[in-house]
Design a protein around this ligand. Structure first.
Ligand SMILES: [Mn+2]
Length: 311
């Protein structure tokens, strides 16, 4: 499949690189690395990423992202996205003659003309690192920083889904001169003031269920308005509950634009992607999410019931 994808990309007039809505570090790193890699082999490509968290501004050449585009693209390349209904700038995907899907989510629906899905892989960026090697594209420092970013964020700082390939790749990036310590600090560790205040609120609302095995918290729109939060300031809230001894599943609900955006994390055996799927969401066994119209109380009760069935 990797040779076929390269052949399709090489014969394209113009390639659009797309990611999922509310892109995380893996989506952003994947889009940036692929944009730079394709331009390196003289392919006319654009990455269309409408918005992304502020901390990724430190990435070299991220200013090449387009927030939107009216150009014609015959090939749409979707990265780190488990299903069609999560694609941002879906009109570009719908208009393309040929579509490509490169991803690592367990729940990926193989929605494109060509699908390369590394199910259970730690990050789409790691999948891409192998792909670029097979395409003989040299991973330079800018591409390497983008790929390392996706690995750091999707493994939450090497805490999830650790495999030796990840460390081999990151080791080679350190040799290349990628400042992994700086990326780790700027992208994962440092908190903005609004982010810190949000975490205080989320911590004060944290409630436990099912013998303290489930942690639940939420943030309302009025909290965001009061604190002036930006995209990216909600990172780390889900980890507050997750990192408490004995907690199996951590749930974080955030009200925005009339709906709750819900994140789920599992520490051990509970498959939270199967719970997200009930609400038309998706993800991985240990990290998943969905968006819902339900009220906070109904949502909480339904989720706790679903988790309790799996404990
Ligand atoms: Mn990912």
């Amino acid at each position: 499949m990797s040779d076929k994808i390269l052949e399709v990309i090489k014969s394209a007039k113009r390639v659009a690189i797309l990611v999922h809505e509310s892109p995380d570090g893996d989506a952003i790193g994947s889009a940036l690395a692929t944009l730079l890699a394709l331009r390196k082999i003289n392919i006319d490509a654009d990455a269309i990423v409408s918005e992304y968290p502020f901390m990724f501004k430190i990435l070299d050449k991220i200013e090449l992202f387009k927030t939107n585009s009216n150009l014609e693209y015959d090939v749409a390349l979707v990265l780190d996205c488990s299903s069609v209904n999560r694609i941002s700038n879906i009109d570009i995907f719908n208009k393309a003659n040929i579509t490509i899907n490169i991803d690592h989510h367990d729940t990926n629906t193989s929605f494109a003309t060509y699908n390369l899905v590394d199910r259970g892989g730690p990050a789409c960026c790691l999948t891409l690192s192998r792909l670029f090697k097979s395409w003989n594209i040299e991973i330079d420092k800018s591409i390497g920083s983008a790929l390392t970013t996706g690995i750091i964020t999707d493994t939450v700082g090497f805490r999830y889904n650790n495999i030796s390939d990840t460390y081999d790749f990151v080791s080679s990036m350190i040799k290349l001169g990628v400042d992994v310590t700086k990326l780790y600090y700027k992208i994962l560790t440092v908190n903005t003031m609004p982010q810190f205040e949000l975490k205080k609120i989320a911590q004060s609302r944290l409630a436990f269920y099912c013998d303290n095995k489930v942690a639940f918290t939420y943030i309302l729109e009025e909290d965001d308005l009061k604190l002036g939060t930006k995209t990216g300031d909600h990172e780390g809230i889900i980890e507050i509950g997750k990192d408490i001894e004995g907690v199996e599943v951590s749930i974080f609900a955030r009200f925005q634009d009339g709906k709750y955006r819900v994140s789920l994390r599992s520490n051990n055996d509970v498959d939270v992607s199967s719970i997200a799927a009930i609400f038309d969401g998706g993800g991985h066994k240990q990290a998943s999410g969905f968006v819902t119209d339900l009220s906070l109380e109904t949502l909480r009760d339904k989720l706790i019931l679903e988790v309790s069935k799996r404990l």
